[in-house]
Write a protein that binds this ligand. Sequence first.
Ligand code: C2E
Ligand code: MG
Ligand code: MG
Ligand code: MG
Length: 291
Amino acid sequence: YAAKTRQCGSLIYHAQLDAGSQESLSLLTELRHAVENEELRLFLQPKVDLQRGRVIGAEALVRWQHPRRGLVPPMQFIPFAEQTGFIRMLSAWVLSGAAKFAREALDAGLSLRLSVNLSTRDLMDQDLPAKIEALLAPREVPPAALCLEITESAIMDDPERALSTLEQLHAMGLKLSIDDFGTGYSSLAYLKRLPVDELKIDKSFVMAMERDLDDARIVRSTIELAHNLGLSVVAEGLETAKAWAMLARLGCDEGQGYFICKPMPQEQFIAWAAAWQPPDISTLSAESAMA
Ligand code: C2E
Ligand code: MG
Ligand code: MG
Ligand code: MG
């Protein structure tokens, strides 16, 4: 086992392990310990209003501060957590962290919307709305301070059941967002029926739009589609000043990406937001293939 943990990046990444295999059991045990030993870290990445540059929220992104492996990125354990059902415990941990942080931010005079990623298995949990209510109500965090990000694929796994959970969450006042829009099995028929508030354009399109006309067109059409359906739209993967200018000109509401800031430990966020100086949007240059 010791020898295996040394090449661990790949051990975790290729965690399509047989359910009963030794590695799989070890990883599951380690993940359980990670929660008990407080090895999970909540990172936050700012979401900014693209027309005015204000910080309006943050996406909660989990990391695992492993005692030997260092800071493990989510793609190295989330798929495994999804396969084994551990994801529900992980999601509960993230939701609780986001609710606590929303309270801290309010106390610091910041009204932020915290976005949390959920998986199919979370949507299959009939008790999810009650669990979220129990995190928000005692802290007097308004439900609209929480946004749940769900991928098209997670919804399409069992659309009827997902729809029923999403309707309850929406009725409670939570915000709902479709993450990685454009990369999953899209069904515009379902999109129309879903009680969502926001579309999040996948970073693959946003990162390529400055050099690829097709990607630029996809971004533009997604913004139009969202607005025509009465939804707000967020671009993820905003990496350059030019991308900001293009998105602002196309009417995109919000942006998130390395140009603004990489995900940071939650403890740093409030100071970061206080120091944030938006760029002068009128001087960002948008000359591009989009003319
Ligand atoms: P996502 O929800 O689409 O999150 C956005 C990812 O894009 C994050 O990666 C973020 O760091 C990255 N990103 C943001 N801006 C830029 C940019 O400008 N350039 C580039 N190259 N990347 C950017 P991260 O944190 O590694 O998370 C990857 C994925 O892991 C997330 O994708 C989400 O699907 C999943 N994930 C992360 N945290 C959680 C969680 O708490 N629960 C669940 N279920 N999934 C999570
Ligand atoms: Mg997300
Ligand atoms: Mg995404
Ligand atoms: Mg993604």
